[in-house]
Design a protein around this ligand. Structure first.
Ligand code: GTP
Length: 167
């Protein structure tokens, strides 16, 4: 009987950057090109075997709409990790990601991942190097991801697990 470790992970970021899509790709290996906007927040879980342990990700996908911003602390307060998403084709979403990272650092969130999503799209506005340098300066992990192509997402969740001292 393997020991199960639950890890609470929260996703934050501007509307439409693909938070729900990143979660759906990870939890059910699916993608919906007409994914509806999240209201409030949505919970899902996914368990993976890692050596002699089972890691269960307890995932809170929050709504990007500004009217839900004040609810966010309820979800990130006791989360061990946060994934902050932006859309690599939209500078404004990168600025919003920076705001979330500042807020999470004030909160003392242990592990913060910056996810440059939609990296399958050709019309990039944020050079990889810029985001990488920013993440490094802030002590965050950085991944470019695509929920459409399934790139970077498993790696990102696994890196969270690997940074938990008890795993
Ligand atoms: P809110 O719930 O409104 O905050 O949005 P969200 O951040 O959860 O975004 P959502 O997952 O709903 O995706 C928004 C749109 O972007 C949908 O049409 C998705 O199909 C699309 N999308 C999400 N991820 C990707 C991706 O990696 N590549 C591409 N090309 N489109 C994506």
């Amino acid at each position: 009987e393997k020991e199960t470790i639950g890890l609470k992970v929260v996703l934050l970021g501007e509307v439409q950057v693909g938070k729900t899509s990143v979660v759906l790709r990870f939890t059910s290996d699916s993608f919906n090109s007409e994914q509806e906007s999240t209201m409030g927040a949505a919970f899902s879980t996914k368990s993976i075997e890692l050596g002699d342990k089972i890691v269960r990700f307890d995932i809170w996908d929050t709504a990007g709409q500004e009217r839900y911003h004040s609810l966010a602390p309820m979800y990130y307060r006791d989360a061990v990790a946060a994934i902050v998403c932006y859309d690599i084709t939209n500078v404004q979403t990168f600025e919003k990601a920076k705001e979330w990272i500042r807020e999470l650092q004030i909160n003392g969130t242990q592990i913060i991942c910056l996810s440059g999503n939609k990296c399958d799209l050709p019309n990039r506005q944020i050079p990889t190097k810029d985001a990488e340098t920013y993440a490094e300066d802030m002590g965050c992990h950085f991944f470019e991801t695509s929920a459409l192509n399934n790139s970077g997402i498993t790696e990102m969740f696994m890196s969270i697990a690997h940074h938990i001292p008890t795993i």
